[in-house]
Structure formats: C-alpha cells, structure tokens
Ligand binder design. Structure first.
Ligand SMILES: Cc1cc2nc3c(=O)[nH]c(=O)nc-3n(C[C@H](O)[C@H](O)[C@H](O)COP(=O)(O)O)c2cc1C
Length: 197
C-alpha cells in the first residue's frame, strides 16, 4: 500500500481529444489511488497555462492554483506525446513555470510514441536535472492503436510495465518525500539547504 501521505500530481501533456497519453495517465492515477495515494490530475487541455513569459507568468489567473498543486505534490507523473522526438509544447510550457517547486521530488515519465520515445524521455530527465529533481531510472512508452485502443490498455506487456511503474512511484516517491521533508527541516548542508525557509 501507498504511504498515506504520498501526493501524486499527474500532468497530461497532450491536448488531443483521443489522447493515448491521457488514457494511460488516467489508468496510472486510478491504480495509484487504489493503492492509497492521493492523486491529482492536471490536464493541460482542460486547464491551460498561458505561454510562459518570465515577466508576467506569476500574474496569470491560472498560475496560483497550479503552483499550489505543484507545491503540494511529492511526485510528478509527466505524460507527453512524442512530437518530432521532443516533449509536447504544453508540457514544456508547464515545466518552464516552475523549478524550486520540483527540487528534491520524483519525476515519473511516460511518453506516447511510435519509436519508444527515448529522446523525449531523455529531455524530461534533463529538465529534472536542471531543476534538482529525481527521476526513476527508466520511463515508460506506449503506442496509440497498438498498446492502447478504444480507451483500454490492450498490450499485456504495457500493463505489466505500468504495474511496475505504479509500484516504483509509490515506493521511491515515499522514500524521497521523507528525505526531502527531513532535509528541509534539518540543518545539514545538502542541495535542499538553500530552499529552507
Ligand atoms: C506534430 C507531431 C509530431 C510527431 N512526431 C513524432 C515523432 O517524432 N516520433 C513518433 O514516434 N511519433 C510522433 N508523432 C506521433 C505521436 O507521438 C503519437 O501520435 C502519440 O500517440 C500522440 O500522443 P497522444 O495520443 O497522447 O496525443 C507526432 C505527432 C504529431 C502530431
């Protein structure tokens, strides 16, 4: 079972109505919730953030609500389509809005792709590194109409991989959340020391 305090924010980075990314993130959210995690799904198609402008981003009407949800999360599950070997612009735009809110947290990465999505997964690892976040040592990719069809996961291998990623999200998410809280409350030096209030 999940550490009851573990809060997971899942971010859907596809705006497409029949998105495979959205379908898989909904399935992951349902499994995490069934294992006792507190889940929150941010669908950027439904709750868009304006295009990031460092001069004005913090004044946008949508910003404080999303920031509070990112701040409250222990783990971020990031889902994106593979667009030209890259992450989608809505997900990148979301990521550009934050950094210290991500520091010390776990990123879990999922990509809808016809080609394993490795370059998009690597880009999410790069963002994590730049923001002092952790990632699981692997990501999960899936193919629309192959692994996922008519709103269902039809490939048992993907179902198995999702079981693994849900387990690792709650276990490693809880380990990192506990250590992050201890480091923020403590007095030792470490990369989170500068985020102490
Ligand atoms: C503009 C655009 C670029 C794409 N580029 C790639 C690509 O480089 N490699 C790939 O495997 N799939 C690519 N695709 C296919 C999408 O990754 C695929 O359709 C995915 O399922 C879309 O995610 P979604 O179903 O969550 O919207 C591209 C699709 C679009 C619309």
């Amino acid at each position: 079972m999940c550490d009851s305090t573990l809060r997971v924010l899942l971010v859907v980075g596809s705006l497409r109505e029949d998105s495979a990314t959205r379908m898989v993130l909904n399935a992951v959210a349902a499994r995490l919730a069934a294992e006792g995690c507190a889940t929150d799904l941010l669908d950027l198609g439904v709750e868009p953030l304006p295009l990031y402008n460092p001069d004005t981003a913090h004044e946008a009407a949508a910003f404080p609500g999303v920031q509070a949800r990112v701040e409250a999360a222990d783990v971020l599950v990031l889902g994106t389509p593979d667009y030209h070997g890259s992450i989608s612009s809505p997900l990148k735009n979301f990521l550009d809005h934050f950094w210290h809110e991500f520091a010390g947290k776990l990123f879990v990465t999922l990509v809808a792709s016809h080609e394993k999505g490795l370059t998009a997964l690597d880009q999410l690892r790069t963002v994590a590194r730049q923001c002092y976040a952790w990632t699981l040592p692997y990501g999960v990719s899936f193919v629309e109409k192959g692994d996922v069809r008519d709103g269902q996961i039809v490939n048992p291998k993907l179902a198995e991989r999702l079981t693994m990623v849900v387990r690792d999200t709650r276990v490693y998410g809880a380990v990192l959340a506990r250590q992050r809280a201890a480091d923020l409350a403590g007095s030792e030096s470490g990369f989170l020391a500068r985020l102490r209030h």
